[in-house]
Design a binder for this molecule. Structure first.
Ligand code: SF4
Length: 409
């Protein structure tokens, strides 16, 4: 059977660059990026956030370098950071040069902000001499006015042209250690721009929907844009831009890649049924309690919380572990096979304990240690529930009959 990643469009081949110790493009694992929200001059505060971002799944972290104090902070942050640090340069060439002097692993230049050819080439030359890659970070909201006028707005063609012009300056000094982003806050524009960029360049692409906003809308917009492109084989590194704690950005990036099978699972994947008339427990409450209890344990497995034993173990048979509610009891199952029956109020506790043991001992060992009476108990509950609620737990047929009576059909 194909893996999840194999079911997607094969990844587009790009050149490879190296940001610190992280390879980007050229078939390297798709990396997750995020950006600190602290003042970069606050070295300890920024490092603390960088560690939090790395723990949540960020492979590369960007810090702002908007003033001399920030560059000085970077000089202390870079050697102590667990992940490569990219400096975001706003409008001042001096800050780009200062960040390079501080030893950053990468720069982000916005062609709409740093516009003088001589300055762009100066930064590219300095980056080349130091072996530091640059992201050409085009943004629809800060597109150069000339391009805006020439293309009649921030069109996909205008965004790609902005990147192309920046590249041309870089090439004048023999520098092409670059990745490219063509972000927009419009999901449709961003998708179209990246598709065009992937046809135009063979440089690695950094994906993102910019200014996506607070949760949950920001997450949805980011996912709509990034996941669509990843499914088409486009994209080498990603960043969610959320108006939220940046830890949420790193977590979302990592979860997206894991859910699409594009990165090895490092954390928990909790799935749960949507609940229905057949549910024997408050599925939302149990799923939330399980998520809370499991969230800091870093268990790289998929766990299912299912509202009933009638359909639960079967519907979630691909999950590594799950629990389904029966007649005031919880049925723990591994790969669809019921291994233990516990009291209803012990469901979450039992699930956490079994999850720990499953990760430590493996599926075979935990299946071998199953309670031999569990399957029979599960079947007994399943039949009792079927008997009680019938096959039509939502009583759809009763409702249909009633509608037909009322509409004289
Ligand atoms: S049938 Fe059972 S497992 Fe499926 S949605 Fe309803 S309660 Fe959940």
């Amino acid at each position: 059977m194909e893996t999840s990643a194999e079911l997607l469009t094969p990844r587009r081949t790009t050149r490879q660059i190296t940001v610190g110790k992280v390879q980007v493009g050229g078939g390297a694992p798709i990396s997750v990026q995020s950006m600190t929200t602290t003042k970069t001059a606050d070295v300890e505060g920024t490092l603390q956030q960088i560690y939090q971002l790395a723990a949540a799944g960020a492979d590369i972290v960007r810090c702002t370098c908007n003033k001399a104090e920030a560059a000085e902070g970077l000089a202390q942050i870079v050697p102590r950071s667990p992940v490569p640090i990219v400096a975001d340069i706003h409008f001042h060439v001096e800050m780009a040069l200062a960040a390079l002097e501080a030893g950053v692993d990468g720069l982000r230049l916005n062609p709409g902000n740093l516009r003088k050819a001589s300055e762009i080439k100066l930064v590219a030359q300095e980056a080349k001499d130091r072996g530091v890659p640059i992201r050409i970070g085009v943004n629809a909201g800060s597109l150069h006015p000339d391009l805006y006028e020439r293309f009649g707005g921030a069109t996909p063609e205008a965004l790609v042209e902005s990147a192309r012009m920046e590249l041309a300056y870089f090439r004048e000094v023999g520098f092409d250690d670059v990745k490219i982003s063509v972000k927009a806050s419009s999901v449709a524009l961003m998708i179209a721009a990246y598709r065009l960029a992937s046809e135009t360049f063979d440089y690695p692409l950094h994906l993102g929907v910019t200014e996506a906003g607070p949760l949950p809308g920001g997450l949805l917009k980011g996912t709509a844009g990034i996941a669509t492109l990843l499914a088409e084989g486009i994209g080498d590194t990603i960043r969610y831009s959320l108006t939220a704690d940046p830890v949420e950005e790193a977590r979302a990036g990592r979860m997206l890649l894991e859910s699409m099978g594009l990165r090895e699972r490092k954390g928990l994947d909790l799935i749960a049924c949507p609940s229905c008339g057949r549910a024997e427990v408050d599925v939302i409450a149990v799923a939330n309690a399980a998520q809370e209890a499991l969230k800091d344990r870093n268990l790289p497995i998929q766990i299912a919380v299912m509202g009933c034993v009638v359909n639960g173990p079967g519907e979630a048979r691909d999950a590594d572990l799950g629990i389904a509610a029966g007649k005031h009891r919880g049925h723990l199952f591994i790969k669809g096979e019921v291994v233990r029956v516990v009291k209803e109020d012990e469901m979450v506790e039992a699930l956490v304990e079994e999850a720990e043991r499953l990760v430590a001992e493996g599926v075979e060992a935990r299946l071998a240690a199953k309670d031999p009476k569990a399957a029979a108990a599960a079947e007994q509950d399943r039949l009792a529930l079927l008997d009680e609620k019938g096959a039509d737990a939502n009583q759809a047929q009763v409702k249909i009959d009633s509608i037909r009576r009322k509409t004289d059909r």
